[in-house]
Design a protein around this ligand. Structure first.
Ligand code: GDP
Ligand code: PGA
Ligand code: MN
Ligand code: MN
Length: 609
């Protein structure tokens, strides 16, 4: 078929030539049965979700329990981000650096064009115009995704500002605006008369970024982080390159507003690796009386320096794509209330017999479930009912704790930035950086145990700089230099203060030493008091750590021993980190700023001192 005969090509609701040409060329390459322009309307949501139910991809949940919501089980091999299949195809391999997979862009395109050829046969090709961040931004951040996955269409309805209202912005005062094109195919052409799989995908996967062209090509996977191209691909990998070029930061951070009992409002951002507590902290329900936390974003922050010199953070997303296991009314009641309201998609959780969802950590298991593998499940068995990386996808606007500013194009001025990881030892509950450069060093050497959010081994400690290891769209050494330069370019007294946290330290029995979740407000409180100059700290070789008395433990049910264990700085454990940091810096190589080596030398000296 030539593209001109593919139904739907002529009915484009835009005159944007760049978009039209790309759609036509892609249709000629991928040969879909038809083209549909996504408008983002509620009617479209109903039509697409009905279609997914008919195809067996979705099961409609019981309306009395989760209205307008769906259960979905993926192919068991397509459950997480695939870091070993993710590529940064810059012209020069130096621009991808030591932490990214690289291939020459022309070579990669030659391979992928053959993958995409005819890949949409028998399927609908959806064209999704969308906007990351507020629609009324001075410079709306536009994107368009072409996909053959209806699951992606439904998910993007929740996660982005999608459809007609975004498409209107593609042309401004008669001038065609630039947008980030993202081509996605599940790589499963459908032969005439063949029955479709419930979750079609391909064993071969490519998640590819061409940073100079601001272009994304994704093939073979339907999983959120690989397929919803507005999220990790655009808002982190491509945006981080754009941010470097333009002097801002695109980060893997939650954004929250914290109000003290005295009514003092502060804004914080926090970067933790995937499945290390961002969504929970963003929706935290404080256990300390009078404190309030409001949500602005739970995964991504775009941070620009405002005219007043402060760091303003915007959440580019429109929904939450949260880790399900461990979420319940005790740990994250606000996430529970948000998903209860409906309009949500649950992927790879378990299904109850009465049409509700279940996962490990949500409460007592019923006698029978359908597991994420679509098998009968009972509590006696040893298998997990929900995949550890199972996810809920739900809109921000129905989150009761969303801050009124969540959709403000100006963003919110940050007072503090928290870096954190998942470490069973070594890293104390909270450490305050001495200054910006020391804070950048903390971020650059951040370490965390791997989780189920990406394929591969779980529980292995690795360096995950600023929680961005899988998301830096360029050379990690240049990225650290950009962080340092961003701080140098700002007024020192306007910089957010940097802290390093670890909610996941364990005692000799393997139990968490710190209760976490709502109790984390006590750590935030200490950090804000440090900024105000009212809390005590001890200087340690790694930075400033609270004295046990400086943490507000009023009403906290925990042993003094556990509190001390949480805060402890063990010099021997930290000495053991030094060669690992050294090795990490060696890996980054020539692009590593010398200031990072200086910080390491100073740390070594303090530990030896
Ligand atoms: P995200 O992927 O960074 O957004 O992380 P989530 O907030 O979704 O949390 C990932 C997992 O860590 C979930 O199973 C949570 O229940 C768990 N978690 C989050 N915060 C804490 C905490 O403070 N302490 C402990 N022990 N677990 C936590
Ligand atoms: P997370 O988001 O950080 O909430 O886990 C998804 C991911 O990073 O893969
Ligand atoms: Mn994430
Ligand atoms: Mn999250």
């Amino acid at each position: 078929m030539t593209a001109t005969t593919i139904p739907g090509l002529d009915s484009a609701p835009t005159t944007h030539q760049g978009l039209l040409t790309w759609v036509r060329e892609t249709a000629e390459l991928t040969q879909p049965a038809r083209i549909e322009w996504v408008d983002g309307s509620p009617e479209e949501w109903t039509r697409i979700t009905d279609l997914l139910v008919d195809n067996g991809t979705f099961v409609r949940l019981n309306d009395a329990k989760k209205p307008n919501s769906f259960w979905c089980a993926s192919d068991p091999t397509d459950v997480a981000r695939v870091e070993d299949r993710t590529f940064i195809c810059s012209r020069d391999p130096k621009d991808a650096g030591a932490t990214n997979n690289w291939m020459d862009p022309d070579d990669m395109k030659a391979i992928m064009v053959e993958r995409f050829r005819d890949s949409m046969r028998g399927r609908t090709m959806y064209v999704l115009p969308y906007c990351m961040g507020p629609l009324d931004a001075d410079e709306p951040m536009l994107g368009a995704e072409i996909t053959d996955s209806a699951y992606v269409v439904a998910s993007m309805h929740i996660m982005t500002r999608l459809g007609s209202k975004a498409l209107e912005l593609f042309t401004k005062d008669g001038v065609e605006q630039t947008f980030v094109p993202g081509l996605h195919s599940i790589g499963a052409p459908l032969e005439a008369g063949a029955k479709d799989a419930a979750w079609p995908c391909n064993d071969t996967k490519y998640i590819v970024h061409f940073p100079e062209e601001r272009l994304i090509w994704s093939y073979g996977s339907g999983y959120g982080g690989n397929a919803l191209l507005g999220k990790k691909c655009y808002s982190l990998r491509i945006a981080s390159v754009k941010a470097r070029d333009e002097g801002w930061l695109a980060e893997h951070m939650l954004i929250a507003k914290v109000t003290s009992p005295e009514g003092v409002e502060k804004y914080i951002a926090a970067a933790f690796p995937s499945a290390c507590g961002k969504t929970n902290l963003a929706m935290l329900e404080p256990t300390l009386p009078g404190w309030k936390v409001e949500t602005i974003g739970d995964d991504i922050a775009w941070i620009r320096i405002g005219e007043d010199g402060r760091f303003y953070a915007v959440n580019p997303e429109n929904g939450f794509f949260g880790v399900a296991p461990g979420t319940d009314y005790h740990t994250n009641p606000n996430a529970m209330r948000t998903i209860e309201k409906g309009g949500s998609i649950f992927t790879n959780v378990a299904l109850t017999d009465d049409g509700d969802i279940w996962w490990e950590g949500i409460g007592e298991a019923p006698d029978h479930l359908t597991s994420w593998k679509q098998q009968d499940w009972s509590p006696e068995g040893s298998e997990l009912a929900a995949h550890p990386n199972s996810r809920y996808c739900t809109p921000i606007h129905q989150c009761d704790t969303r801050a009124p500013e969540w959709d403000d194009p100006k963003g919110v001025p940050l007072d503090a930035i928290f870096f954190g990881g998942r470490r069973r030892d070594t890293v104390p509950l909270v450490t305050e950086a001495r200054d910006w450069q020391h804070g950048v060093f903390m971020g650059a050497t951040l370490s965390s145990e791997t989780t189920a959010a990406a394929t591969g081994a779980v529980g292995v400690v690795r360096r995950d700089p600023m929680a961005m290891l899988p998301f830096i769209g360029y050379n990690a050494g240049d990225y650290f230099a950009h962080w340092i330069a961003t701080g140098k370019g700002a007024d020192a007294d306007k910089l957010p203060k940097i802290f390093y946290v670890n909610w996941f330290r364990r005692d000799e029995n393997g139990a968490f030493t710190w209760p976490g979740f709502g109790e984390n407000i006590r750590v935030i409180k200490w950090a804000l008091e440090r900024i105000a100059g009212t809390a005590a700290a001890v200087d340690t070789p790694i930075g400033r750590v609270p004295t046990p008395e400086a943490i507000d433990t009023d009403g906290l049910d925990m042993s003094d021993e556990h509190l001390r264990a949480s805060l402890a700085v063990d010099v021997e454990e930290w000495r053991a980190e030094l060669p690992l940091i050294e090795e990490w810096f060696d890996k980054i190589g020539a692009a590593l700023p010398s200031t990072m080596r200086d910080e390491l030398a100073a740390l070594r000296q303090r530990l030896d001192g």
